[in-house]
Design a protein around this ligand. Sequence first.
Ligand code: AVI
Length: 312
Amino acid sequence: MTDTFAKDVLSGLTAEKKYLSSKYFYDDNGSRIFQEIMNMPEYYLTDSEFEILSMQSKQIIDALKFSEPFNIIELGAGDGFKTFKLLEYLVNQNIDFKYVPIDISQEAIDILTNRLKQRLPSLNIRPKVGDYFEILKVNKESNYPSLLLFLGSNIGNYKQERAVELLELFNENMKNGDKLLIGMDLKKNPIIIHNAYYDKHGITKRFNLNLLLRINRELDADFKIDDFDFYCHYNPDTGEVKSYIVSLRNQKVTIKKLNKTFDFGYNELIWTELSKKYDLLEIKQLANMANFKLNNNFLDCKHLFADSLWEK
Ligand code: AVI
C-alpha cells in the first residue's frame, strides 16, 4: 500500500493543479474522524439512508422478487450498522438468506460480525476480508440470486468515468437477474449540502488535514498542519462538492521517502475529494451506462437520499 501511496502522492503533488486522492483519507485515524462526520446532525446522508433501510425494508425485499435462499453481499460494509434494520427484518420474517459483508479492514469486519452475532444470533453471516473483485468472482458460481449492497453514497467519490468502470466491474461479476442496491446522495437545497461538508465544527477540516499527517508519518514528510486550511464548495449546476486543502503561505515541504521538496504557493489549492450529488435522471443514466436496468428508487421522507435498485 505504501508504495502506491507514495507514487500517488508524487503524481498528485507534481501535477500542475495539485491533488491528493480521498481514498487515502481512511487510515485508522481518518476512519475514526469519518465516524465523527457520520454522527454530525448536519451530515444528513447517514440518517437518511438509515431511515430508508429501516422504514422500507419490506418494500425493498419485495422488489427483489428473489426466490429463497439468496445472498446479500455488502461491498465496503465497514464496522457500521447501516444494514442492521434490513437484516433484522429478514431474520424476523424467517427468510432464508446468507449475509456476506466484505471489507478491506479485518478490524472493521470483526467489530461488525461480533455485534451482529450478539444482536441477531440466528443470522447466517459469512464475513470476508479483502478486495471486492476477488471475492465477487465467487458470486458468479453461486446457484442462488444475489443482492449487492453499495451504500453510503460511496459511488459519489468517483469521477464519472471511474464510476462507470467500477459499476461495469460489479456488473461483470453478477449473474443475470442479480440486483444492486446503490446509495446515492440527491441534489437538494445547496445550503443543506454546504452545511454537511463545510461543517461548523471543523470535523471535515480535520478529516482532510489528517491526510497531511498521514504523509508526514508514512512518507517521512514535514507538513506543518497549521499552515494549511480547508475549503469546500458545492456547485448546484454540476452537483459536485469539491474539497481542497489550502496553503496559507509560500512554503516548502520535504517528503523524505520521495527524496523531494515541494513548493506550495500562498493560497495554492490541493484538490482532495469529489462528492457528487445526483438527480433521478442522472441515476437512471448511470445505471444504463453500466449496463444495468433501474428497477426502483427508494427515497427518505425528505427526499435527500436515494437507495436505487438496479438489475443485471
Ligand atoms: C465516504 N463518502 C461517501 C463521504 C462523502 O460524503 O463524500 C466522505 C466524506 N467527505 C466529507 N464528508 C464525508
